[in-house]
Write a protein that binds this ligand. Structure first.
Ligand code: SF4
Length: 177
């Protein structure tokens, strides 16, 4: 591996940039993310930075139980994060849909739609647990960067690409949409 790739992996591990997406949460977890970035917990001192665009982020942090309306947006945002990337599910909602489990407005949990790398349990999780989850995701991201090759089979699964593959499979099987 060349020096440039090694430098990139070190930078990813030491300074992960996050994009936060709310997929229908009650805002409890979102407030804890903000608290993790506040001076009291000071995740920014560890190099963690919240970005305004998924295109600038390495890690996608998702809160909420994934409502039907949010599914497409979650997949689109996931596709906009450039690889290598990692997904952190923050709170019990994206992991299990939590207390909303029987709601007909939901299409969760999150790992039904995206490959989730780290689950941070809690309702809501404490800011230090969120920081720990992000640090774990940064480690996974750095390893993923080391493993990454030009081989398309090693690329991460994409939500929208999966939909396209499903549609193609249905079409080839003669199934009408
Ligand atoms: S895990 Fe709890 S605090 Fe977080 S979004 Fe769900 S209900 Fe709200």
């Amino acid at each position: 591996m060349n020096l440039w790739r090694r430098l990139l992996c070190t930078a990813r591990r030491r300074s992960p940039w996050l994009f936060h997406m709310n997929s229908g949460s009650c805002n409890g977890c979102d407030i804890e993310i903000v608290a993790a970035l506040s001076p009291r917990y000071d995740a920014e001192q560890l190099g963690v930075r919240l970005e305004g665009s998924p295109r600038h982020a390495d890690i996608l942090c998702v809160t909420g139980p994934v409502t039907r309306r949010a599914v497409r947006a979650v997949k689109t945002v996931y596709d906009q994060v450039l690889g290598p990337k990692a997904v952190v599910a923050i709170g019990s909602c994206p992991a299990t849909t939590n207390v909303f489990i029987d709601s007909r407005t939901l299409d969760g949990p999150l790992d039904k739609h995206l490959p989730v790398d780290v689950f941070v349990p809690g309702c809501p999780p404490r800011p230090d647990a969120i920081i720990q989850g992000v640090a774990k995701a940064a480690e996974i991201l750095a390893e993923r960067g080391l493993e990454r090759t030009a081989d398309p089979s090693t690329r991460l699964r994409s939500g929208l690409a999966q939909d396209d593959r499903d549609a193609a499979n249905e079409a080839s099987a003669g199934v009408q949409p």
